[in-house]
Design a protein around this ligand. Structure first.
Ligand code: FAD
Length: 572
C-alpha cells in the first residue's frame, strides 16, 4: 500500500515522507541555466502575453523560441536529444515559466506531461527512435487526445473507433474535442475503441500529416487563451500496426498512467502562478496607501499574504514530494498525485482570488495581471481530471485498499469496486470485527524524530491519521455496498486524506529547512505549525460531519430545484 492509502489504514509511512527529498545534483546543474534562460526569454514578453491573451494565439516565431530553448525536450532522455530532467526538475521549469504566463506553460506542458508521455512510458524501441528525437527538438509538438463530446470525466466511454485491417494496420474514425496544442501539434496520442469483441480502448500514435487528420479552429476560451485548444478529427486515417502504444486493449490504463505521471507538471505550474501572485500582492500592498498607511500594515491584508504564502509552500511541498516518488521508481503514486493536483489547483485559485482582492479596483482592471491569472487558473480544477472526480478516485482507491487488507474478504471487495452493484453485503459485519484490528487505530506515536517546535504539528497528524482510519472503517461498515454512491462521504474522506498527506509533506519540508540560518528556517517551521492547526480545524469539522451532516436535506433541496428548473421564490 502507498503512503496515502496507508494513512487511510491508520499508518504513517515515516520513511517515505522524511527526510524531505532534494533535487538530483544533475538536475540542479541544468536547472540553474534553464531557469535563467526561461526568465531571460519570457521576462521581456509580458506585454506580448497580454496581447496574445486578447488575440487568442501564440505566434509561430514565439513557439520557435521555445524550441530553441530546448523546452520541448525537458524530460526526454539525452540519448534521444533531450535534456533528461527528472519529474522534479521538469516541474521546476514549468513553475518558472508559469511565473510569466500560463499559456506558455500549457504549450510546453501538454507536449511533455501528456502529449508524448505515452511514448516515453510505453513506447517500443522503434517508436522511441522514430519520434523522441523530433519531439525533443520540437520539430514535432505533441498533444493528448482523449476527450470527446460524450466522453469527458467518463473517459472510458470514448467512441472514436479503430478497426483492424487484414494487413494489421488500423483505420481510425472519430472526433476529439478541447485538445490542448490541437492546432499546432504534429503528433497525437489518440485513444480509440477497437473492434475487438470486448471493444476495449487502445492508444495510438498518430501523425498530424497523415491523410484524414485535421483540426478545428482555435476555441474562444475564458482563460489560457493563447494556448491552442481545438477539435481534432480522424476520417479513415490509416495507422500502422507499429503505432499502437503498449498493447491492444490497454489504452485506458495507458491514458490513466500518462495523466498520473503528468500531474506534477500541472502542480509545478500552479506553484509558479502562486509565486507570481505573492510577488505582485506584496508589491501592491507595500505601495498602495489608504488612510495614510500602506495597506500592507492592515491585519486583513497581511492575513491574505500569509495565507497565500502558506498555500504556496504547502503546494510546493506536496508537488515535489510526488515528483520524487515518481523519480525514485515508486510504482503506485496515483492517489498521491491526485491529492497534489487537487490541493495545488485549489490553492492557486484561492491565491488568485486574494491577490486580486488586495489590488481591489486595480485588480479588476485589465491593465493589471490579476484578472488574467484568475481566468487562467480556472482551468486547473477542470482538466486532467476534474477535482470532483479526483476526490472520488482518492477516496475509493484508499477505501478499496483498506478493505482489501482484510484478506478473507478480498473476493467480495473486488466485486464492490469492480462492480459497485454486487458484493458489499458480505463486508458488513466482518468489517466491524476485522477492520479495527488491521487499521492500527490507537498506535503509538511514530513521528519521533522531529524537532520540538514541530511536535505539536506532528501530534495533530498522528491523531488525525487515527481519526481517518476510524472514519474510513465507520463508513465502510455503515454503508456497505452503497459506499461507492455516497459522494458526500467520499469527498470527506478525500479531504481528510489531502490535508494529512499535504500536511505531512509540509512537516517534512519544514523539518529539513528548519535548520537553515536566519528567518527562512524559522518561518518554514512557522508555516508547518500554522498549516497543521488549520488542517486540524478542517479535519475536526469533517470528522464531526461524518455523523452529523445535512447531506439528506441538501440532496432533497437539489432534487426540488432540479425538478423546478429554476429558483422559485421571489420577494412579493
Ligand atoms: C482548455 C481545455 C483544455 C483541455 N485539454 C485537453 C487535452 O489536451 N486532452 C484531452 O483529452 N482533454 C482535454 N480537455 C478536456 C478536459 O479534460 C475535460 O473537460 C474534463 O475531463 C472534464 O470533462 P467535461 O468538461 O466533459 O465535464 P463533465 O465530465 O461533463 O463534468 C461536468 C461536471 O460534472 C462533474 N462530474 C462528472 N462526473 C461525475 C461523477 N461521477 N461524480 C461527481 N461529479 C461528476 C464534474 O466534476 C464536473 O463538475 C481540455 C478541456 C479544456 C476546457
Amino acid at each position: 500500500m502507498t503512503v496515502a492509502k496507508n494513512l487511510m489504514a491508520g499508518r504513517i509511512m515515516e520513511d517515505q515522507i522524511f527526510p524531505y527529498p532534494n533535487l538530483r545534483d544533475k538536475d540542479r546543474e541544468v536547472l540553474g541555466m534553464m531557469v535563467d534562460a526561461v526568465d531571460q526569454f519570457l521576462g521581456p514578453k509580458h506585454q506580448d502575453f497580454k496581447r496574445w491573451d486578447r488575440e487568442g494565439m501564440q505566434p509561430a516565431e514565439f513557439i520557435q523560441g521555445l524550441r530553441d530553448l530546448g523546452l520541448f525536450g525537458l524530460i526526454i532522455p539525452e540519448e534521444y536529444g533531450g535534456i533528461g530532467l527528472s519529474n522534479a526538475g521538469y516541474a521546476r521549469v514549468l513553475s518558472q515559466s508559469s511565473t510569466h504566463d500560463s499559456s506558455v506553460s500549457l504549450t510546453i506542458g501538454a507536449h511533455s506531461s501528456i502529449g508524448m508521455k505515452g511514448i516515453l512510458l510505453f513506447g517500443t524501441p522503434d517508436q522511441k527512435a522514430r519520434y523522441l528525437p523530433k519531439l525533443a527538438s520540437g520539430e514535432m509538438i505533441a498533444a493528448f487526445c482523449l476527450t470527446e463530446s460524450g466522453a469527458g470525466s467518463d473517459a472510458a466511454s470514448v467512441r472514436t473507433k479503430a478497426v483492424k485491417n487484414a494487413d494489421g494496420d488500423w483505420i481510425l474514425n472519430g472526433e476529439k474535442i478541447w485538445i490542448t496544442n490541437g492546432g499546432i501539434a504534429d503528433l497525437y496520442t489518440v485513444f480509440a475503441r477497437t473492434s475487438s469483441p470486448d471493444g476495449k480502448i487502445t492508444a495510438f500514435v498518430v501523425e498530424a500529416a497523415w491523410p484524414g487528420v485535421s483540426h478545428g479552429p482555435h476555441e474562444d476560451k475564458m482563460g489560457i487563451r493563447a494556448s491552442s485548444t481545438t477539435t481534432v478529427s480522424f476520417v479513415d486515417v490509416r495507422v500502422p500496426a507499429g503505432n499502437v502504444l503498449d498493447t491492444e486493449g490497454r489504452g485506458f490504463k495507458v491514458a490513466m498512467a500518462i495523466l498520473n505521471n503528468g500531474r506534477t507538471g500541472l502542480g509545478g505550474g500552479a506553484v509558479g502562478g502562486m509565486k507570481a501572485l505573492i510577488a505582485l500582492a506584496t508589491q501592491q500592498a507595500k505601495t498602495r496607501k489608504q488612510f495614510d498607511t500602506p495597506i500592507a500594515e492592515f491585519g486583513l491584508v497581511r492575513e491574505k499574504i500569509a495565507q497565500m504564502t502558506i498555500d504556496c509552500f504547502a503546494a510546493e511541498s506536496v508537488v515535489w514530494m510526488v515528483a520524487h516518488y515518481i523519480d525514485s521508481g515508486v510504482e503506485d503514486y496515483s492517489v498521491e498525485a491526485a491529492m497534489s493536483k487537487v490541493f495545488a489547483s485549489e490553492a492557486l485559485q484561492r491565491s488568485a482570488y486574494e491577490a486580486l482582492q488586495i489590488a481591489a479596483g486595480s485588480g479588476f482592471m485589465r491593465e493589471y495581471p490579476y484578472e488574467q491569472i484568475t481566468r487562467d487558473s480556472r482551468i486547473l480544477t477542470i482538466f486532467e481530471g476534474t477535482n470532483e472526480v479526483l476526490r472520488l478516485y482518492i477516496a475509493l482507491s484508499g477505501l478499496k485498499d483498506v478493505a482489501r487488507s482484510l484478506g478473507e474478504m478480498k473476493a467480495a471487495v473486488d466485486d464492490i469496486f469492480n462492480n459497485f452493484i454486487k458484493g458489499f453485503g458480505v463486508l458488513t459485519g466482518y468489517a466491524e470485527k476485522r477492520l479495527t484490528q488491521t487499521t492500527g487505530v490507537g498506535r503509538d506515536k511514530i513521528l519521533t524524530k522531529l524537532p520540538p517546535p514541530l511536535r505539536e504539528a506532528a501530534e495533530i497528524y498522528e491523531r488525525y491519521t487515527n481519526e481517518f482510519a476510524k472514519a474510513s472503517e465507520y463508513l465502510l461498515r455503515k454503508h456497505g455496498k452503497s459506499i461507492a454512491d455516497r459522494q458526500h462521504d467520499l469527498k470527506r474522506i478525500a479531504d481528510i486524506g489531502v490535508d494529512l498527506f499535504v500536511g505531512l509533506c509540509v512537516l517534512s519540508r519544514a523539518a529539513s529547512l528548519g535548520n537553515a540560518p536566519g528567518q527562512e528556517g524559522v518561518q518554514a517551521i512557522g508555516i508547518a505549525r500554522v498549516f497543521a492547526l488549520q488542517a486540524k480545524r478542517r479535519m475536526a469539522n469533517i470528522v464531526r460531519r461524518i455523523t452529523r451532516n445535512e447531506d439528506h436535506d441538501m440532496d432533497q433541496l437539489a432534487g426540488f430545484i432540479l425538478n423546478q428548473g429554476s429558483y422559485p421564490w421571489d420577494v412579493t
